[in-house]
Design a protein around this ligand. Structure first.
Ligand SMILES: Cc1cc2nc3c(=O)[nH]c(=O)nc-3n(C[C@H](O)[C@H](O)[C@H](O)COP(=O)(O)O)c2cc1C
Length: 214
């Protein structure tokens, strides 16, 4: 069994990447071969609306015709059992790199039918992990949950299944005294980091276990 992780954070060791690592450890604990990709290491663009993936009888029907660093990853998706996406929330939604990745991953499979359907022939168990600086209530107040729910629906539509995990109120800086950020209380942030983030990591591990098992 094969599980891949996609890190949509520019930081390779912070909240998002740590959650993803834990989820992949969970999958590996069930015997999955795991591999992760850092989107910020890759050169690619989002969908360019060429519509080769929707061209009747076209050789790229149902596939992304663009060729760049995402091409081998999109090819790999056809062979995996589990995909775990992970992204920070930037301005209320996933990072630009994750958004571009999602366009390239999902749009070729999505049919322009009413209701939309999927051209993906198999089933992939998917998970989406999010790191948010905002506490949960604020995230909901701002409607971030709507974007997150929409992503879950989209993954379910294309691949047949999806689970979501959010880590709220994340610890953003190594040393809060170095940055102008009066909005956040460094002591509260540190407490959350030591008391709640380990639980978030445990939940990410368990998500990886569930996806690899089911
Ligand atoms: C450009 C930028 C925009 C952000 N926008 C939001 C936001 O809209 N909502 C939020 O909850 N956090 C926001 N954050 C905070 C990040 O989501 C949070 O720090 C997260 O933990 C970052 O992921 P990382 O720890 O993997 O780097 C933003 C951070 C940056 C750098």
């Amino acid at each position: 069994m094969k599980a891949i992780g996609i890190n949509g954070s520019p930081r390779k060791k912070w909240n998002t990447a740590t959650l993803l690592e834990k989820a992949l450890e969970g999958a590996a604990s069930q015997g999955a071969d795991t591999e992760s990709f850092h989107l910020y290491d890759l050169a690619y663009k989002g969908c360019v609306s060429c519509f080769a993936c929707k061209t009747k009888g076209g050789k790229n029907y149902g596939r992304c015709a663009a060729r760049d660093d995402l091409t081998p990853i999109l090819k790999k998706v056809e062979e995996v059992d589990v995909i775990i996406l992970a992204s920070p929330i930037y301005f209320g939604t996933v990072t630009g790199e994750m958004r571009s990745f999602m366009e390239r991953l999902l749009f070729p499979y999505m049919t322009y039918t009413d209701p939309p359907g999927t051209l993906f022939s198999g089933k992939i168990r998917t998970g989406f992990l999010y790191a948010l600086g905002a506490p949960e209530e604020l995230a909901r107040e701002r409607g971030f949950d709507k974007h997150i729910a929409a992503n879950e629906m989209l993954l379910k539509l294309i691949f047949g299944n999806s689970e979501t995990l959010c880590s709220f109120d994340t610890y953003q800086f190594e040393d809060y005294s170095k940055y102008y950020a009066p909005r956040w209380d460094p002591e509260k942030k540190a407490k959350r980091r030591s008391e709640v983030f380990p639980d978030d990591c445990r939940h990410a591990f368990e998500l990886g276990v569930r996806l690899a098992r089911s």
